[in-house]
Design a protein around this ligand. Structure first.
Ligand SMILES: Cc1cc2nc3c(=O)[nH]c(=O)nc-3n(C[C@H](O)[C@H](O)[C@H](O)COP(=O)(O)OP(=O)(O)OC[C@H]3O[C@@H](n4cnc5c(N)ncnc54)[C@H](O)[C@@H]3O)c2cc1C
Length: 457
C-alpha cells in the first residue's frame, strides 16, 4: 500500500505531503507534547475527508484531526504517527441565517472572523476564547472550548445545533437539525462536542447566534489578595448579578502585563477582578451598583472603566496574559501543565489558597488568572527547560493542582481539553463513566484509528 500515492489521488498532489520539514511543523500544538505524523493531508471538502477515513480505516492508519494547533493538551499531536488531517483550509462561512438565529460554517473558520462578520449584522457567537484570533471553530467545538463569556453565556456546547461528522469508516452523518430544540433520540451533537477528534471528524457545524447586547461596562475591583477577590466573586454571583465576564488577574499577572505594555491601566494590587456587565443601558448601571456594593467590604479599590476605548484596552491586555507570562524571566519558558482547572464556584477561595500553598511547597512562583466567575482558574508556571530538577518540581506541582481540583469536586480541564496531557486523570475524575466512554469509542471507532492515545481511552 503506497499511502502518499493514495492520498494524492484523493486530494491532489499539492494537498498531501511527507516532506520532513512539513511533518516537523505539524509535530506539536501549543503544548510541549510532540509526535511526528507520516503524512499531512489538507482536504478541501467532506467527500475528500470521507475517502481519506475510509482508506485509513481499511488499512489501520491513525488519523489525527487538526485545526490551528493552538490546543494546550497535545490533542492535535499525532502520537502514533499516521495521518494528520489539517482542516484549516475548509474555512467558508456557508450561511448566515439571521431569521433562524444561526450560522452554518466549515470547521476551519477562525473564531474571530465569524464574530467580525456577525457583528456587522448586530449578532454574535458568544464563546470567547483567548485564542480567538488563531483558533478554528472545529477545534473549539472538538474541545468544547469557551473563555471569558461562559459565566453568563455558557460554553460552546450550548451553541451547537447540528454537526456534519465523517465517522471512522468514512460514512457521513448529521447529528442534529436546524431547530433550536429537538427531543429526537440520543443527543449525538453533545456527544461529539468535546470528543477531541476521537469519535469523528467535524466537517460542518450549524451554530446558534445571539443579538449583541446594547450596552456594556467594566468594573475593576482591586483586592489585597486573591482569596479576598474569590470571596467577593462568590458573593456577587449569589447576589444575583451574572456578569458577561468575570476575570481574575493576580499581582504577578498585572505586573507582567504592565511590563509588556506600559499603557495598560490595570491597578497594581494583590488581585484584580474585571467584572464585565452587559444588557440595556439601565440594567448595566443597576448591575454595576450592586457589584460595587457587594465588593466594597472586601476590596481595596473599585472603579468603572472610563468608556469603550478603555474597555477595549483592558480586554486586549487580558488576551495577552497567556503569552505575556513568558516575559517574566528571559531564561524561563512557560509550560502549560495544570493550567486549566475548574472548581465549583463556592470552592474558588479554597482553591486559590491551595494554589498559594502549592507554590510555596514546590518553590515555584505560580501566576494565577482566568475565568473565576465560572470557577475556571489558569495557573502559569515558568521553568528553565534545561533544568531536570525544575521539570520534576513542575510536574509535582501540576499533579497536586489537578488532584486538589478533583478533591474539591472540580475538573482537571474546564476548557482546554484532556488530550494526552491530562489523560492520566480521567479515571480519577470520571470514575466508571470512563468505561462507558471506552464502550462508545469501541462502538464508533472499532479499529481505533481516530486520534489514538488521547482522553485516557
Ligand atoms: C494563547 C492561548 C489562549 C487560549 N485561550 C483559550 C480560552 O480562553 N478558552 C479555550 O477554550 N481555549 C483556549 N486556548 C486553547 C485553544 O486555543 C482552544 O482549545 C482551541 O479551541 C483549539 O482550536 P484549534 O483550532 O487550535 O484546535 P487544535 O489545537 O488544532 O485541535 C484541538 C483538538 O480538536 C481536534 N480537532 C480539531 N479540528 C477538528 C475537527 N474538524 N474535527 C474533529 N476534531 C478536531 C484535534 O484533534 C484536537 O484534539 C488557548 C490557547 C492559546 C495558545
Amino acid at each position: 500500500m503506497d499511502l502518499i500515492k493514495k492520498l494524492h489521488e484523493i486530494v491532489g498532489i499539492d494537498r498531501a505531503t511527507t516532506s520532513p520539514m512539513q511533518l516537523y511543523c505539524y509535530s506539536s500544538d501549543s503544548s510541549q507534547i510532540r509526535g511526528t505524523p507520516e503524512c499531512v493531508v489538507r482536504p478541501q471538502n467532506t467527500g475528500q475527508v470521507s475517502q481519506v477515513l475510509r482508506f485509513a480505516n481499511e488499512h489501520d492508519i491513525p488519523v489525527t484531526a487538526r485545526g490551528a494547533g493552538t490546543g494546550l493538551a497535545g490533542g492535535a499531536v499525532a502520537l502514533e504517527g499516521g495521518i494528520v488531517l489539517d482542516l484549516s483550509g475548509m474555512d467558508r462561512i456557508l450561511d448566515i441565517d439571521i431569521n433562524n438565529l444561526q450560522v452554518a460554517v466549515e470547521p476551519g473558520v477562525i473564531h474571530s472572523r465569524l464574530n467580525e462578520v456577525l457583528g456587522t449584522e448586530g449578532f454574535f457567537f458568544p464563546p470567547d476564547p483567548g485564542s480567538s484570533e488563531m483558533c478554528t471553530l472545529g477545534g473549539l467545538i472538538a474541545n468544547n472550548g469557551s473563555g471569558m463569556r461562559s459565566v453568563k453565556y455558557g460554553t460552546t456546547r450550548s451553541y451547537v445545533l447540528d454537526l456534519e461528522i465523517v465517522m471512522a469508516d468514512g460514512s457521513v452523518i448529521n447529528t442534529g437539525s436546524k431547530t433550536l430544540k429537538s427531543s429526537a433520540g440520543y443527543d449525538l451533537t453533545r456527544l461529539m462536542v468535546g470528543s477531541e477528534g476521537t469519535l469523528g471528524i467535524i466537517t460542518k457545524a450549524v451554530l446558534k447566534i445571539l443579538p449583541l447586547p446594547k450596552a456594556r461596562t467594566v468594573v475593576l475591583a482591586s483586592f489585597d489578595n486573591p482569596v479576598l477577590a474569590g470571596e467577593a466573586v462568590v458573593k456577587t454571583l449569589s447576589a444575583g448579578v451574572i456578569p458577561s465576564a468575570c476575570e481574575i488577574l493576580d499581582r504577578a499577572t498585572v505586573e507582567v502585563l504592565n511590563a509588556y505594555d506600559p499603557n495598560i491601566a490595570i491597578p497594581d494590587a494583590g488581585a484584580t477582578i474585571l467584572f464585565e456587565l452587559d444588557g440595556t443601558v439601565s440594567s448595566v448601571k443597576e448591575q454595576a451598583k450592586i457589584v460595587e456594593a457587594v465588593c466594597m467590604p472586601f476590596a481595596s479599590g473599585i472603579r468603572i472603566a472610563a468608556g469603550g476605548e478603555e474597555m477595549k484596552e483592558i480586554w486586549s491586555a487580558r488576551r495577552l496574559v497567556g503569552a505575556a507570562i513568558s516575559r517574566i524571566d528571559p531564561n524561563k519558558t512557560r509550560v502549560y501543565v495544570g493550567e486549566d482547572i475548574g472548581v465549583p464556584i463556592k470552592e474558588v477561595p479554597r482553591m486559590l489558597k491551595f494554589i498559594q500553598s502549592i507554590s510555596g511547597e514546590f518553590g515555584l512562583p505560580i501566576i494565577t488568572y482566568g475565568h473565576i466567575g465560572d470557577g475556571n482558574l489558569h495557573t502559569g508556571m515558568c521553568i528553565d527547560m534545561l533544568d531536570n530538577e525544575q521539570w520534576k518540581q513542575l510536574d509535582l506541582a501540576a499533579d497536586k493542582i489537578h488532584r486538589t481540583a478533583i478533591m474539591l469536586g472540580g475538573t482537571v480541564s474546564a476548557e482546554h481539553g484532556i488530550g494526552s496531557a491530562r489523560s492520566k486523570y480521567m479515571r480519577l475524575e470520571r470514575g466508571n463513566a470512563l468505561d462507558v466512554m471506552i464502550l462508545i469509542k469501541r462502538a464508533l471507532d472499532p479499529r481505533g484509528i481516530l486520534n489514538p492515545g488521547k482522553l485516557g481511552l
